[in-house]
Design a protein around this ligand. Structure first.
Ligand SMILES: N[C@@H](CCC(=O)N[C@@H](CS)C(=O)NCC(=O)O)C(=O)O
Length: 202
């Protein structure tokens, strides 16, 4: 198996799962923004030249959520996914998809407006709107974690690889977590996992 990866990117989600499952994989490491991500060779694997991409034998796929689902279905032996007839299943799907659906859109805007664009092209109103939205998205996660250690209950699920990772990235981007104490504990819980540490340092 080969994972196209960059540090501090969504590729960490996939590496984290691979580490948790104890699966062997090779890493092709990029730095975000590196020119070779847009070269024809890599564009044949990912049409947008982004990470993550996974190659597994004949199968090649991009989109972190799809890769996580693929790996769990193929190699997970039921780990990190509540049974579909359990009371947690609906909540699991909801928090799995919350990352790309709700957290990442304002985070993307914030990254563009505070890091990627040259200062003269940045727009303060966009930064303010994206920060406000991202905070709203995170308050909902904070609220959900009032009575539990993980998004769906007392056990870690694959929702952590997605939304948990997005929460971690929000903090690293500088979002104030003081008014979201459950997220501070949650982030510590996730970041202390050996699999997460290994996946973050590929
Ligand atoms: N929805 C995609 C997003 C992929 C994506 O935008 N990846 C970012 C890193 S987190 C990337 O490769 N950015 C590099 C670039 O745009 O040049 C996923 O979840 O895999």
């Amino acid at each position: 198996m080969k994972l196209y990866y960059a540090p501090e990117s969504r590729a960490v989600r996939v590496a984290w799962l691979l580490e948790e499952l104890g699966l062997a994989y090779d890493v092709h490491k990029f730095s975000l923004g590196e020119k070779s991500m847009r070269e024809p060779k890599y564009l044949t694997l990912h049409p947008l030249g982004r990470v993550p991409t996974l190659e597994d034998g004949e199968n090649r796929l991009f989109e972190s959520g799809a890769i996580v689902q693929y790996l769990l279905e193929k190699y997970g032996n039921g780990r990190f996914v509540p049974p579909s007839d359990s009371s947690n299943f609906a909540s699991y799907l909801q928090w799995f998809h919350y990352a790309e659906g709700m957290i990442m859109p304002p985070m993307n805007t914030l990254v563009v407006e505070t890091i990627l664009l040259p200062p003269e092209r940045r727009t303060e109103v966009n930064v303010k709107r994206a920060s406000k939205l991202l905070n709203q998205m995170l308050y909902a996660v904070n609220e959900n974690l009032t009575d539990k250690d993980y998004l769906v209950g007392s056990e870690m699920t694959a929702a952590e690889f997605m939304t948990g990772h997005a929460v971690i990235m929000s903090q690293r981007l500088g979002i104030d977590m003081e008014d979201k104490p459950n997220l501070v504990d949650y982030i510590n819980r996730l970041e202390s996992r050996e699999a997460f540490k290994t996946a973050s340092n590929k």
